[in-house]
Design a binder for this molecule. Structure first.
Ligand code: HEC
Ligand code: HEC
Length: 169
């Protein structure tokens, strides 16, 4: 029994590591930097805030709330002056923020309020991993039995909470 549990935990750690690795894109574009370089001059400093305040999904598309414009079209038409190869990287980044926000909204917000507050009050990043600030528990493992999210969503949540700390000012 203990052995099965250990195996399960190792599997989880590998899944979390793979998920973290996926954040570094194969095309070598860092979308956080890209947002800071190309968008933050005119919009809020952090992409996460920008997405929460301004974007939503309608059908399969991500659209601007105020304009109703499709973000993909806006960027392809030259808004923000992205290079063609940077447009899909930016779209994937905005979508990831939007979707992780939705998972947190669905499973966690009722007890924890805003993700950014949970992260900054209760969590720390040490050697690239996310831990409880006081409990010292690895969050990826803690979430396996906490919060009732789907297993596949755990990596999304861990990455999102980590991002809240990494981008903290
Ligand atoms: C030179 C200033 C400037 C830059 C740089 C810029 N924007 Fe904008 N953006 C604006 C203005 C002005 C508007 C329209 C007014 C508004 O909606 O706030 C706008 C609107 C938008 C909208 C529509 C919002 C809505 O609610 O309909 C999106 C999406 C958007 N920008 C994304 C981006 C992204 C992503 C980048 C970086 C790649 C970027 N912008 C770079 C000035 C800029
Ligand atoms: C029913 C209420 C409830 C829900 C729903 C809930 N939590 Fe919690 N959470 C708590 C409480 C209470 C604690 C503090 C007690 C503890 O550490 O076990 C906590 C603690 C935590 C911690 C701190 C762990 C640590 O080691 O310090 C994290 C991270 C966390 N929750 C994340 C989440 C996430 C992500 C979700 C959604 C998938 C979620 N929680 C859903 C009530 C909840």
């Amino acid at each position: 029994m203990a052995r099965r549990r250990a195996k399960f935990l190792v599997g989880l750690l590998i899944a979390a590591a793979v998920a973290a690795g996926a954040a570094a894109r194969a095309d070598g574009i860092d979308p956080h930097r890209l947002y800071e370089k190309r968008c933050a001059r005119c919009h809020v400093p952090h992409g996460g805030r920008f997405v929460r305040d301004n974007l939503e999904r309608r059908g399969g598309e991500i659209i601007g709330r105020a304009s109703g414009d499709t973000v993909l079209e806006l960027l392809e038409e030259g808004h923000g002056r992205l290079k063609p190869a940077e447009v899909p990287a930016m779209m994937a980044h905005l979508a990831a923020i939007l979707d992780s926000g939705a998972v947190f909204q669905r499973h966690c917000v009722i007890c924890h309020g805003r993700a950014v507050d949970l992260a900054r009050r209760e969590l720390i990043v040490r050697d690239g991993e996310l831990y409880g600030r006081y409990s010292r528990r690895p969050v990826a493992i803690f979430l396996a039995t906490h919060g009732r999210q789907e297993t596949a969503e755990t990596g999304i949540l861990v990455r999102m909470l980590k991002r809240q700390l990494v981008t903290a000012e």
